[in-house]
Design a protein around this ligand. Structure first.
Ligand SMILES: [Zn+2]
Length: 305
């Protein structure tokens, strides 16, 4: 897919008056989470519960990174990746310090990296908690592998969560992130023959295929969703994102939706935006529809001035 001037690109800036404060509050949050996690690992003897808490910890760290990026108005990929890396290392470090402090009976609070490493190696040799009913302490290579897996799970979880929390495009004129302006779920091509070429053209940044879309039948299992996001002015920056949802039902009757992106952050001028809204508006489901169909995200349509 070509990424030319028709698509939004970050400028690479950040807000020097907001970012340090955002980092400080994020660090405080991760400090508290790391302490709680360190104690959970020390005192909760159920490995599966530990795993759940670890995933929650990763989510918390990722959420914090996403929040820091948003508050610090960070439009710089490298800086964002660096924030994620620092957050993960800091989170692990705090949890290690807390855990070692608890393992040594709250006698030694070891803060410097070299002594902390020596303490970890010492514990690694002696072993720590046991798995299963035998209760034999896990030590050596197996324990190190568990620690490596723990770090990887934390990092991956934090990464995916921070990506989910990505604030999207930023208007340099307003100094604000975009917010949803209009959303149209469950659309399909009015003529099935237009589908393949329409999707291809949309992916390339064409907006004409949008005017071949209409409401999707109630029982359709594949549909498109159109989202328009804009800065507060509704003029400087408007972006279009189209996703495709494929719904599958397995033998047990469980429904799963797989969402893929067709086009993301295509820049739209206010006139085209108004035309798209006018065209798709009638496709919005009637409000207060009482049926048992799976709930779609509420369409958001803001009044344009
Ligand atoms: Zn703006």
């Amino acid at each position: 897919m070509r990424r030319d001037g028709r698509f939004y690109r970050h400028t690479g800036g950040f807000d020097p008056s907001q970012l340090p404060l955002a980092v400080l509050s994020g660090a405080t949050g991760i400090l508290l989470m790391g302490i709680v996690y360190g104690y959970v690992v020390r005192y909760v003897p159920f490995i599966y519960l530990n795993l759940v808490v670890l995933i929650g910890f990763g989510y918390g760290v990722g959420w914090t990174v996403g929040n820091t990026v948003r508050k610090g108005k960070c439009r710089n990929r490298t800086l964002r990746d660096l924030l994620w890396l620092v957050a993960v290392v800091f989170a692990l470090y705090v949890s290690w310090v807390t855990w070692v402090f608890a393992v040594f009976g709250h006698q030694h609070l070891i803060l410097d990296p070299r002594s902390l490493w020596q303490a970890i190696v010492f514990i690694g040799r002696k072993g720590t908690w046991g798995i299963g009913s035998s209760g034999v302490p896990v030590s050596g290579i197996l324990l190190y592998l568990v620690w490596v897996a723990e770090a990887i799970i934390l990092a991956v979880m934090a990464w995916s969560t921070s990506m989910d929390k990505d604030p999207g495009p930023f208007c340099e004129t307003c100094g604000q992130w975009v917010t949803p302006m209009a959303g149209f779920p469950r659309l399909g091509f009015t003529h099935a023959a237009d589908r393949t070429s329409g999707l291809k053209a949309m992916a390339a940044g064409e907006t004409d295929p949008l005017f071949s879309l209409g409401p999707c039948a109630d029982d359709c299992n594949i549909w498109l969703s159109v989202l328009l996001e804009a800065c507060p002015s509704r003029k400087h920056l408007i972006v279009l994102t189209v996703t495709q949802t494929v719904q599958t039902t397995n033998a047990k009757g469980e429904v799963a939706n797989a969402v893929t992106g067709i086009v993301r952050n295509r820049l739209i001028d206010p006139e085209t935006c108004a035309r798209i809204i006018e065209w798709l508006q009638p496709s919005l489901p009637e409000p207060e529809e009482a049926d048992d169909a799976p709930k779609e995200p509420e369409p958001v349509v803001a009044a344009s001035e």
